[in-house]
Design a protein around this ligand. Structure first.
Ligand code: SF4
Length: 407
């Protein structure tokens, strides 16, 4: 492991070139152009409703249901911007881009909750997180996999392929391949993508950026990967490196984003917003950097007392949450930030709408193949490859999310 870290140490001479080489291929749309795209998107919603239901009244009621659902998640705010990447238009990190079959099936799956529709049109899950390895070169302060880190991997490639096959058999819009550091198992990632149906599910890799070279990014894209979510926990290089206990962590974030964008992958940043980080000024500096780095999305995560943070006083208090929520609303729906990446903030939705994970529309499959509510709620309820998987899933749903009531 240590040898691998040294092999990938930042070559100092390349830093300046790296910064110049960033060519954002993603851009935000707003105003008239966005409204035109949004109008066409609404026609797609109507077409999906018409395929799902025979009764025209159901077409209207189901569209109304989608509007109400959005309001329950986000409040009564008008859409201000969308992220465009390679001809796809995204409203959020966890919603497939309009307009392709994955998007249509995702919509049909939400309509299924309004009024059941034919099973073949519906995905069982929106998003499943699948850990493909325990290996990692970093030692992040908030690591949720801390107690398993760098232990022996137990799942074979064949078992991982079977897990994905099982999930896709039930239908899943998005699978996020995580770890550990998934890039340390590059050959496994390629094998999984080659064996998966990447036309019916969007596959993302969640990474620290370590080892996401241009060659690896191109190979992943060719194998069918949709995008990468790269963790960056501070806009200041030195503070991010300290948080990750790895002197070249920031360098690898820049490398990963540049290489991924040059390979044609959608890119997002993920920030663990700690008490010491949270301030309007820090959040704004972070977003300005995210814009320069050319990402389509920024994901805000709240620290949880699990893994490396277990037994620690890391939970945010009301004042911190208020700053994050105000910032989230301002950035996504305010008039002055239309060219900034779209913010995704689970805590905001969960406090209003409850949790959609815990077996309901998502779950976390850990590196032993066990099902958990989400990457931050570790309580194994059984192996996904067990014959009585459906029973385990029912247990997962019954136990629900320990923080937010399941919807
Ligand atoms: S949080 Fe991710 S990158 Fe950091 S130590 Fe844990 S597995 Fe590695």
């Amino acid at each position: 492991m240590i040898t691998e870290v040294q092999d990938y140490t930042k070559p100092k001479a390349q830093v300046a070139e790296t910064k110049q080489a960033i060519i954002p291929k993603s851009y935000m749309i707003s105003g008239l152009r966005m409204r035109w795209v949004h109008f066409r998107l609404k026609l797609t919603l109507l077409k999906v409703a018409m395929v799902c239901y025979r009764n025209p009244l159901d077409w209207l009621r189901s569209l109304r249901y989608l509007v109400v659902l959005r309001k329950r998640f986000l409040g009564n705010y008008r859409l201000r911007k969308m992220a465009c990447f390679n001809g796809e238009y995204f409203m959020g990190l966890y919603t497939p881009g309009w307009n392709n079959d994955i998007y249509k099936r995702f919509i049909a799956s939400q309509l299924h909750d309004f009024k059941p529709i034919e099973k073949g049109l519906v995905n069982r899950f929106n998003t499943v997180f699948l850990s493909v390895t325990k290996k990692c070169a970093l030692q992040c302060e908030h690591c949720y996999e801390w107690e398993h880190l760098n232990k022996k991997d137990t799942l074979s490639d064949t078992e991982l392929i079977d897990i994905i096959k099982k999930l896709q058999g039930q239908g899943v819009s998005q699978i996020q391949l995580s770890g550990g550091e998934p890039l340390l198992q590059m050959e496994t990632l390629i094998k999984l993508l080659h064996r998966a149906d990447t036309k019916s599910t969007n596959f993302w890799v969640v990474t620290s950026g370590f080892k996401l070279t241009l060659e690896n990014a191109k190979r992943l894209k060719k194998a069918g990967l949709k995008g990468v979510i790269v963790s960056l926990d501070h806009h200041e290089e030195e503070k991010h490196n300290r948080f990750r206990h790895f002197k070249d962590a920031y360098y690898w974030v820049e490398q990963a984003l540049t290489n991924s964008q040059n390979a044609g992958l959608v890119t997002a940043l993920s920030l663990c917003a700690t008490k010491t980080f949270i301030s309007e000024a820090n959040l704004m500096s972070y977003m300005e950097l995210a814009k320069i780095l050319g990402v389509s999305f920024v994901q805000l995560l709240e620290p949880k007392a699990v893994g490396h943070y277990a037994q620690k006083e890391v939970s945010l208090d009301e004042a911190h949450i208020a700053i994050l929520e105000d910032f989230f609303l301002k950035m996504n729906f305010g008039p002055n930030y239309k060219d900034m990446p779209i913010l995704s903030y689970h805590g905001y939705y969960q406090r209003r709408q409850g949790c959609f994970s815990a077996g309901l529309k998502g779950m976390y499959i850990d590196s032993d193949g066990d099902m958990n509510a989400c990457p931050f709620c570790h309580k194994k309820t059984g192996k996904v490859l067990d014959v009585n998987y459906e029973n385990h899933l029912e247990v997962l749903k019954a136990e629900g999310c320990p923080t937010y009531p399941s919807t």
